[in-house]
Design a protein around this ligand. Structure first.
Ligand SMILES: Cc1cc2nc3c(=O)[nH]c(=O)nc-3n(C[C@H](O)[C@H](O)[C@H](O)COP(=O)(O)OP(=O)(O)OC[C@H]3O[C@@H](n4cnc5c(N)ncnc54)[C@H](O)[C@@H]3O)c2cc1C
Length: 482
């Protein structure tokens, strides 16, 4: 009989192109999956029902995939610190394998579990990277330091050869009936629904859950929109991006498979122009790696501003403004459209994420950490590294030392939603209003009142001046730092 290896899935909910799983299969044919619904995560107050719904859908699809190849995916609902080593010991597993993660919580949890496994003489696979194309130690500056700026990171990152997709799990052996009983006695349960876990989401998902749906979406994107990505990616009314972010977040798709698809697209492209479009999408994949490396190298990012200037910034406490921002009722059409898109869909276009993040921090002078948390409460793709990176970038509090970025909502709308299509789609009361009003935001008070649309809660010019003044004061109070 073969040795049992438990493969612990976390953010790699697939059996294809999964490095840790392929390594497990190369050691034994008896590979059984396990996923632990972790109360330490599910009981936090920044968990989006849409995200849990997508995750449960991915787990359902994964259970089916395991059954197709002859094995099982076990589900636990318990603290993994105890549950994983206990299950492994009860099943007399030879080893537990998993893929490494970058988040502070995961790193501490995994080290504790390694100690527990070691104590029981159960093997484990350490430092196996799967979700990023290059692991953090691979991409370092000439002085062997982690990068804090994207452009040199990108130059180094793109110069390195990328791994090919690894083998899909096949012909595996599962637990015997007796072992399945032992698993049950040690916490294995039927997969609950998101509703069972207390998360209600009854609307459609921007991306169907599971590996097959993610691969289909990748194919659709790399057959068409990728060839115009650079030109179209900034227009929120256009379906010009991949919408693969939730699949990336939960690993419903392998990053090497994605990379290979971009190389094939490059091969199929006939002009320099299309190559530039594909290259631009590859750069987004690199941004994803960049922020994950940043979180791994500088875990303090998760706690707040990275730059000294913003560490003690006098953010204002204004519950009324914050609520208006959350609900899409600021009276700034492009900001409101974006917030309503996220509240409705659980996804927001990248251009709009930047606009609303700038508005919260530079116009409402509200602490970016509140916005970061609200995004996590709403996004299907909510991910600590990417979300924190996006918020730190928008709040000018991150590693990137560029001068202050302040987005003017009107210029953004005029440039990126020139016909007001996106605004009309999401702010229904403005549907029949003149485009000029929508994109400049200069809607006469009487017209606002007539359709029940709020008056602007603040004046952009005044607020950004105030922000700059406060910023300057902070800089002067820390003369040697920027
Ligand atoms: C304030 C703010 C918060 C954000 N929060 C998140 C988040 O919680 N989760 C998340 O996945 N992305 C986040 N992003 C990044 C980006 O907005 C989304 O990844 C993107 O909109 C997802 O849509 P897509 O899959 O169609 O992207 P595409 O344009 O098709 O890009 C492909 C993939 O590249 C990655 N990517 C693209 N842009 C970025 C970026 N700036 N940073 C990191 N990765 C990127 C994503 O995985 C994305 O799916 C945030 C950006 C900002 C400005």
């Amino acid at each position: 009989m073969s040795d049992l290896i438990l493969f612990w899935h976390r953010r790699d909910l697939r059996i294809s192109d999964n490095t840790g799983l392929a390594a497990a299969r190369s050691h034994s044919s008896k590979v059984v999956g396990v996923f632990c619904l972790d109360p330490n995560i599910l009981e936090r107050d920044d968990i989006a029902p849409v995200r849990v719904t997508y995750m449960i859908g991915c787990l359902q699809a994964l259970q089916k995939r395991y059954a197709e190849v002859g094995s099982q995916l076990l589900i636990l609902h318990a603290n993994p610190l105890q549950a994983i080593p206990a299950l492994a010991a009860a099943l007399k597993a030879k080893a537990v394998f998993w893929n490494w993660d970058v988040e502070p919580y995961s790193l501490i949890r995994d080290r504790t579990i390694i100690d527990a496994l070691k104590e029981q003489g159960i093997q484990f696979l350490d430092q196996n990277w799967d979700q990023i194309l290059h692991f953090p130690e691979e991409i370092r500056s000439g002085l062997n330091q982690p990068y804090t700026v994207y452009t040199p990171f990108w130059k180094n990152w793109i110069s390195k050869p990328k791994a090919n997709p690894v083998a899909t799990l096949e012909n595996a052996e599962g637990l015997t009936e007796a072992e399945a009983e032992i698993a049950k006695l040690n916490g294995a349960i039927a997969l609950p629904t998101a509703k069972d876990l207390g998360f209600l989401w009854d609307r459609d998902l921007v991306i169907a859950p599971g590996e097959a749906a993610a691969l289909e979406k990748l194919e659709e994107f790399t057959n068409s929109a990728i060839y115009e990505y650079k030109e179209q990616r900034d227009f929120p009314a256009v379906n010009g991006t991949s919408q693969l972010s939730a699949a990336f977040k939960f690993g419903a798709i392998g990053i090497r498979t994605v990379w290979q698809a971009t190389l094939e697209a490059l091969q199929n492209s006939r002009s320099d122009e299309t190559q530039i479009n594909i290259r631009t999408w590859q750069q987004e994949i690199a941004w994803r790696d960049f922020y994950q490396h940043a979180m791994y190298n500088f875990p303090e990012l998760a706690e707040g501003a990275f730059r000294e200037t913003l560490k003690n910034f006098p953010w204002q406490i204004n519950e009324e403004y914050f609520q208006a921002w959350c609900e899409g009722k600021t009276g700034y059409p492009i900001v409101d459209a974006a917030m309503r898109q996220m509240n409705e869909l659980g996804w927001m276009h990248n251009r709009c994420r930047m606009i609303v993040a700038s508005f919260l921090t530079k116009d409402l002078l509200i602490n970016p950490q509140l916005g970061e948390k609200y995004f996590m409460q709403k996004l299907i793709d909510g991910d600590l590294s990417a979300n924190n990176g996006g918020w730190q970038w928008s709040a000018s509090s991150g590693m990137d030392p560029k001068p202050l970025r302040i987005f003017n909502p009107a210029s953004q709308a005029q440039k990126f939603d020139p016909e007001g299509e996106y605004i009309r789609e999401w702010v229904s009361e403005l549907r029949s209003m003149d485009t000029e009003y929508l994109v400049t935001g200069k809607i006469p008070a009487s017209e606002r009142d007539a359709v029940g649309y709020p008056h602007p809660i603040v004046d952009h010019n005044l607020q950004q001046r105030q922000f700059k003044g406060l910023y300057q004061q902070q800089r002067e109070s820390i003369p040697t730092l920027g």
